[in-house]
Design a binder for this molecule. Structure first.
Ligand SMILES: CC(C)=CCC/C(C)=C/CC/C(C)=C/CC/C(C)=C/COP(=O)(O)O
Length: 294
């Protein structure tokens, strides 16, 4: 499991596309950051910075640039580190200087993930290429939301008059609550930010829902669909509809720009695992008689 921290770190740092330079913690300025900062100040254009390297002027802006230049240099950073052994390199820089094979493979995979997710986010805005389908995708989103599913299951439990029916519905409720808890824990650990193309206009979210890994809709869709296919007696066309619903809910997460592809793929896998967990800990009148007394 030594690879796990590297995977989490890679997901968390977005790897190739920092959302905004202002939001980043203090770290070694990259040439891109320096250039972006300079363009906002007309006195400190890229050209001026180049000239100041030659003329060695000692104006305030020059001093700032000199500081940037010296801290940009790995040699200087090494020196300053040795003079102050307390100072540590930020984690991101360490990864760049000493990339492992796993790190490179992960970063490449995530670069493809970000590129593909952006391409597939065709309903992310009203003005996107499939922007007119956005309202329909938001309906699909609500169909996989936790609140209607939990409320509906509680209602069915209340209305159920057979003990076999109550057992199945109670286990579905257990599965839905387990899903919310497990997804919340993983989101809180990984803390991967949602894609830049996402608009945070989702219905009823928790604080962890600002994070995107894994997709809670994908876990729920995978888990609930497997649950229904295994525990309800359904006609073949309905079974196909259930499978299609799970796929469409998962796909809609990327199309709405809410998630990257890997969030949804992992979510789908995690939903299947959660179902297996529910099967393993199946609540029955034998295992939990107190729950089935009434
Ligand atoms: C409805 C009743 C009776 C109780 C509600 C119990 C409760 C507090 C449920 C929480 C449901 C909830 C807010 C789930 C979050 C759903 C969500 C927005 C997930 C994010 O999905 P993602 O695919 O974007 O990761």
């Amino acid at each position: 499991m030594t690879w796990l921290p590297e995977v989490v770190s890679c997901l968390r740092h977005r790897c190739f596309t920092p959302r905004s330079t202002a939001a980043q913690p203090a770290k070694m300025p990259s040439p891109r950051v320096t250039r972006a900062a300079n363009t906002s100040n007309p006195n400190v254009s890229g050209r001026f910075e180049f000239m100041s390297l030659l003329t060695n002027k000692t104006s305030v802006s020059d001093q700032t640039l000199t500081r940037h230049r010296t801290s940009d240099s790995p040699v200087h950073r090494k020196d300053s580190n040795s003079s102050s052994s307390q100072q540590q390199l930020p984690e991101e820089d360490c990864m760049k200087l000493n990339p492992s094979f796993l790190g490179i493979a992960l970063k490449s995979l995530l670069a493809v993930d970000l590129w593909l997710s952006k391409k597939m986010g065709v309903c992310a805005r009203e003005g996107s290429s499939w922007g007119s389908a956005r309202p329909m995708m938001k309906l699909v989103e609500i169909s996989g939301h936790g609140i209607p599913w939990i409320a509906g299951t509680i209602y069915c439990l209340y209305r159920s008059d057979s003990s076999a029916g109550r057992e199945v519905i109670l286990n579905l409720l257990f599965a839905l609550l387990l899903d919310i808890i497990l997804v919340g824990i993983v989101k809180g650990i990984v803390k991967r930010r949602r894609p830049t193309q996402n608009r945070m206009d989702m219905f009823a979210t928790f604080s962890v829902d600002k994070y995107s890994f894994p997709s809670g809709h994908a876990t729920r869709a995978a888990m609930v669909s497997r649950f229904m296919l295994n525990h309800l007696v359904l006609a073949v066309p309905v079974r196909i509809l259930v499978m299609l619903w799970a796929i469409v809910v998962s796909l809609s997460r990327v199309m709405l720009g809410r998630h990257n592809v890997t969030d949804v793929l992992f979510g789908f896998f995690m939903g299947h695992m959660q179902y297996s967990l529910v099967e393993y800990f199946w609540l029955s009148p034998n295992t939990l008689p107190a729950l089935f007394k009434y």
